[in-house]
Ligand binder design. Structure first.
Ligand SMILES: Nc1nc2c(ncn2[C@@H]2O[C@H](COP(=O)(O)OP(=O)(O)O)[C@@H](O)[C@H]2O)c(=O)[nH]1
Ligand SMILES: [Mg+2]
Ligand SMILES: [Zn+2]
Length: 293
């Protein structure tokens, strides 16, 4: 039996990147079709049998998943790289915090990648706004256009399964083209094409990185709902704020309306930036609001 990782699955056919090199298109063995009710996912580690002389293989075994990310459903994701641009478009701090909160909630490690460092304007002010993030997460500066910083990014991605998340236009596709030169992603493809009213499902695909590891570019991750997060657990998804929450005098402190709260105090005395706290309040309201329906 040979082992590999599922890169994509369409219409009962799975593309498997074999550990010992090469791609094999596989179907599921009949017994698996019946037993794997939840389906076999992109990212799953599988044992395959090839049926020479046919070019096709069979997935005979699905190894235990180490993690599961819903919508887009990917197995075995280990980390999320949140991509923002220094400019064009300017960083969306609320979306950045949303990505980081979701990563924490799903037990994934996260990093921030700031792209377009070749653009001349305002880098210092962006870095200043990211100061708090930089204490909790690695922050990388790159230029997908000039390849500046991409070697450091490769070290982060090597041998891991990573999801790239971030808004349209920040350069995710360009970055992937810089990392995987022989795999051309469409650059500047505006989501307008997908946005015609009904939700067009784009198939999730993993890319095998030539230096080891896998990468998924999934716009869906940023759109994941926060409402599955129990409100009381929200503070734990902000590791930099959570360290203050331990000192709140009320056991069930929500860090919102309480008179005495260590988190609010930290914001007031400047130990925590109010942007992080304001993201917390926005997400808190979002979770509360959705609870009523
Ligand atoms: N100046 C500059 N432009 C970039 C860089 N990376 C991407 N772009 C441009 O930003 C636009 C959006 O890039 P794209 O990769 O499609 O972004 P995506 O929507 O996140 O996949 C394109 O016009 C790219 O040429 C960069 O590092 N520097
Ligand atoms: Mg793109
Ligand atoms: Zn509190």
């Amino acid at each position: 039996m040979r082992y590999g990782t599922i890169l994509s699955g369409v219409g009962g056919f799975y593309e498997v990147q074999l550990d010992d090199g090469g791609l094999l298109t596989c179907r599921l063995r009949g017994k698996l079709r019946l037993s794997k009710q939840e389906g076999v996912l992109v990212g799953d580690r599988v044992g395959v049998l090839d049926s020479a002389p046919s070019e096709e293989g069979y997935i005979d075994e699905v190894l235990t998943r180490r993690s599961y990310l819903p919508r887009p459903a990917i197995a075995n994701v280990q980390q999320v790289v949140a991509v923002m641009a220094y400019a064009a478009p300017p960083p969306n701090m609320l979306l950045l915090d949303r990505i980081l909160v979701l990563s924490e909630f799903h037990g994934l490690t996260a990093a921030v990648c700031l792209n377009k460092e070749d653009l001349p304007n305002g880098q210092q002010s962006v870095l200043a706004r990211m100061e708090q993030h930089a204490q909790a997460y690695p922050v990388f500066t790159v230029s997908a256009a000039t390849h500046q910083g991409t070697e450091t990014l490769k070290t982060l991605l090597k041998d891991k399964v990573t999801v790239l998340a971030g808004p349209s236009g920040v350069g995710k596709s360009t970055l992937i083209n810089a990392l995987v030169p022989d795999q051309k992603q469409q650059v500047g493809d505006i989501s307008r094409k997908l946005g015609r009213g009904k939700h067009t499902t784009r198939q999730v695909k993993l890319l095998a990185l030539p230096f080891g590891g896998f990468l998924a570019d999934t716009p869906g991750f940023s759109q994941l709902s926060l409402t599955e997060i129990p409100a009381r657990q929200l503070i734990q998804c902000f590791p930099d704020m959570d360290q203050f929450a331990e000192h709140c005098p009320y056991r069930g402190c929500t860090h919102t309306k309480e008179q005495i709260c260590a988190v609010k105090e930290a914001v007031q005395n400047g130990s925590l930036p109010d942007t992080r706290y304001s993201s917390y309040l926005t997400f808190w309201d979002e979770i509360q609001q959705n609870r009523r329906y």
